[in-house]
Design a binder for this molecule. Structure first.
Ligand SMILES: [Zn+2]
Length: 415
């Protein structure tokens, strides 16, 4: 179930993350607690009738915050009738199933790591930019909860110190400056009708917040969903990437990527499913859900990160990596790639390209052996001028091959 201020949605999510039978109704947002509940319970009944008898084993929910830890009581800001509403117990009673409730943005973070744009990544931030701005953090392969379950609340990172008042009581928060609500208040028009200047500014501010998070938490991917961000599209993401690149410049944070969410409108329900499956798995092992890994850990691709540093030597190549001798025909099977360059110590560099597409699903990436270069600035200079530096996206097989050939030439002293 996905519970928001504009709609209530329910669906069936199987073990592989496939969503079937999604249903939705408008949220009676100004209704009483029981009016909202009866709309939700009717929806749940409808979806359960569509499922094969006995096939539904767990109930997972993504819901707007705030809530207490574990979602026993929820008080979504945009559903006025629900204040400390005992959602988890009511749903468990209605369905007779083990029930798990989490913040909707954290649910989306799970979904994107499971089968979306963050699949195979162990360290990332997922952001939802819609009427508000929410987020979820995954570090070391685990969704962070924090003391009361609110970790990842990136909407209240300050991006304009003297900016607008925020509903949280603060000033200049990302949500107060770049959410759909904020844009509508400033321009007098819905966010969907925002002009290029507003689109660019909200992207830029998102990039600014993302840079702070990347510098703080040593993560290398930011996945952005939500109707406002996805509706703005490429100009929004270009502005976000530019600001991020300018402000995340530490060795470990330079090259952090911002990408659109991979699951689009299905993300929230698949995320709710992930909350359910995660709780289901944890329950079987007797551990609390908060200590469980993501539901994808058993089936996901090995992660390929760029966090190797001088005092942390690179791991051995993954077992499935192809031989080191370069074969362009082979690499044309990659769909695209991202340049990685890692300084092991001054003057000794490792360059690699992480591929996406068919090869990536098998966990393959390509790296050149250690590359002694005259000095680090030489190599960085060559990277920057020829390929734009670490984090550069190589959008097609031709570019992947060209980049690898260029590296090979450099290694042989022809570069
Ligand atoms: Zn705020």
């Amino acid at each position: 179930m996905d519970i928001g201020g504009t709609k209530l949605a329910a669906g069936l999510v199987d073990r592989s993350g496939a969503l079937t039978c999604a249903e939705r109704v408008p949220t009676p947002a100004s209704g009483s607690a029981e009016q909202v509940w009866s709309a939700l319970s009717a929806l749940v009944d409808r979806v359960r009738r569509a499922a094969a008898p006995g096939s539904v084993v767990v109930c997972g929910v993504g819901c707007g915050g705030p809530m207490d830890r574990g979602g026993r009581e929820v008080s979504p800001l945009n559903i006025a009738g629900w204040r400390r509403f005992p959602l988890r117990d009511r749903l468990a009673e209605l369905t007779g199933l083990p029930t798990f409730v989490d913040n909707d943005a954290k649910a989306l973070a799970l979904a994107e790591g499971w089968i979306g744009a963050a699949r195979g990544w162990r360290d990332y931030l997922a952001v939802v930019v819609s009427t508000g701005v929410g987020g979820g953090l995954v570090l070391d392969g685990r969704l962070l909860d924090g003391r009361l379950g609110n970790a990842g609340h990136v909407g209240h990172v300050v991006v304009e110190p003297e900016g607008r008042r925020c509903t949280c009581g603060g000033r200049g928060c990302l949500e107060a400056e770049a959410s759909g609500t904020a844009i509508e208040e400033v321009t007098g028009r819905p966010a969907a009708e925002a002009g290029p200047a507003e689109v660019q500014r909200s992207g830029m501010l998102l990039g600014r917040a993302a840079a702070s998070v990347a510098n703080l938490l040593d993560l290398s991917l930011v996945v952005v969903g939500g109707s406002v961000a996805l509706g703005f599209g490429e100009p929004f993401f270009v502005a976000a990437r530019r600001e991020l690149a300018a402000r995340a410049v530490l060795e470990f944070s330079a090259g952090t990527r911002i990408v659109p969410a991979g699951l689009g409108a299905q993300g929230p329900l698949i995320g709710a499913g992930a909350v359910g499956w995660r709780g289901h798995d944890a329950r079987r092992t007797g551990a609390p859900a908060s200590t469980a890994g993501l539901p994808f850990t058993a089936t996901g691709t090995p992660h390929h990160d760029r966090t190797m540093t001088a005092d942390r030597p690179p791991p051995a190549p993954v077992a499935t990596a192809p031989p080191d001798d370069f074969d362009a025909r082979y690499w044309r099977r990659a769909a695209a790639g991202v340049v990685r360059a890692i300084a092991l110590r001054p003057g000794l560099w490792l360059t690699a390209v992480t591929v996406t597409g068919r090869l990536a699903r098998r966990g393959w990436w390509y790296r050149w052996p250690l590359l002694p270069v005259p000095d680090a600035s030489y190599w960085r200079f060559r990277m920057m001028t020829a390929y734009g530096g670490p984090g550069t996206e190589l959008p097609c097989p031709k570019d992947v091959v060209a980049y690898l050939e260029w590296c090979r030439g450099l290694r042989r002293g022809r570069g």
